[in-house]
Design a protein. Structure first.
Length: 339
């Protein structure tokens, strides 16, 4: 593996407009950088291909005023700048009080050092953890090659059991499933201005070279999280190899609105088991509008992985995911009964 960074130009953007200008000017030669905990490692390792080039220009958005700001408004909800660090998400009082799911997930990301450097935008937009994608000697599908080496190779940990395609990687983000469960919207900037889209619609499938809809001249500047209607019960569970610092083998983010014992609204979003944050819609349908009991919880857990087609070495993710869904729903159920 290579250990030296290649030469590149570094631009400290002073505004969103300036960052958008440079991205438009340099096209696919440029990348946005903030914490750089993912990108610089790949650049050092020489990860490249026809569809994944080592950037020649890094546009730093941390120098844009307010890009790391977390604000809250009763009418519009929570807004988090893309350069806000994972540590900010974990320790923010307003997040812990009203959107605790974000804080729960943030504290389980990486190490202390990573949480202080890594950003919200970087976590959402990070690239696959697949060893073949990250090794310079394998020209895999995601880099423009003809095949996915993981299908017949190593796929025990960071690969999908649901919605597989030409690539079988599992999306590595912990913040993405949580934000999708909270119905967050992505704020995207380009030289054409700004736009908002549902974060759930920002992720592409396994037959695309990129994991997100972002074009080379676009970048994430923040997310908006709407206020929850009434009391929102929230739970995030994650299973990983190393508890101290690792990516999810499987995770579940759950948000529920419960009134008089009836589960009026429910979001069950899985991480680590599909190429994008996976909505377990069949499990949601089993629970929604019902008065929960143990039988329904077991049914929802089974339905959460309906249609799964695991690879030879990651069958265990099916039972693991069902167990996490059962635990998350049980935790919320118990909390609701006590309140």
């Amino acid at each position: 593996m290579l250990l030296e960074l290649p030469s590149f130009e570094h631009i400290d953007a002073k505004s969103i407009k300036e960052a958008a200008f440079w991205l438009h000017h340099y096209g696919d030669k440029a990348r946005v950088v903030a914490g750089a905990t993912d990108l610089l490692g790949m650049m050092k390792d020489g990860v490249k291909g026809q569809k994944f080039k080592i950037p020649e220009v890094l546009v730093n958005i941390k120098t844009i005023p307010g890009m790391n700001r977390i604000t809250y408004d009763e009418a519009t909800g929570l807004r988090i700048g893309a350069a806000g660090t994972v540590n900010q998400l974990e320790t923010s009082d307003i997040i812990k009080q009203r959107f605790n799911l974000l804080s729960q997930a943030a504290r389980q990301i990486g190490t202390t050092q990573i949480r202080n450097m890594g950003t919200l935008g970087g976590n959402i937009c990070q690239r696959p953890r697949c060893m073949y994608f990250r090794h310079p000697h394998f020209l895999c599908f995601k880099k423009g090659g003809a095949q996915c080496y993981a299908i017949t190779g190593e796929h025990r940990y960071y690969h999908s059991i649901l919605e597989k395609g030409r690539c079988v990687m599992a999306h590595p983000s912990d913040m993405a499933p949580v934000l999708v469960a909270l119905k967050a919207r992505a704020i995207i900037a380009s030289s054409d201005g700004e736009k908002e889209v549902s974060l759930e619609d920002c992720f592409l499938g396994p037959n695309n070279f990129s994991e997100t809809v972002l074009e080379s001249n676009e970048f994430l500047i923040g997310v908006r999280v709407p206020n929850q209607n009434g009391r929102a019960y929230q739970a995030f569970l994650k299973q990983r190899i190393r508890h101290a610092a690792d990516f999810a083998l499987s995770s579940v983010a759950t948000v529920a609105q419960i009134s008089n014992g009836i589960w009026e609204e429910i979001s069950i979003i899985l991480g680590g088991v599909a190429p994008f944050p996976y909505r377990a819609s069949m499990a949601e349908d089993i629970v929604k509008g019902k008065r929960l009991d143990e039988r329904l919880i077991l049914g929802a857990a089974e339905a959460s992985v309906e249609g799964a087609h695991p690879l030879p070495m990651n069958h265990y993710k099916v039972d693991l995911t069902k167990a996490l869904v059962k635990r998350a729903l049980t935790s919320i159920w118990d909390e609701a009964q006590k309140s």
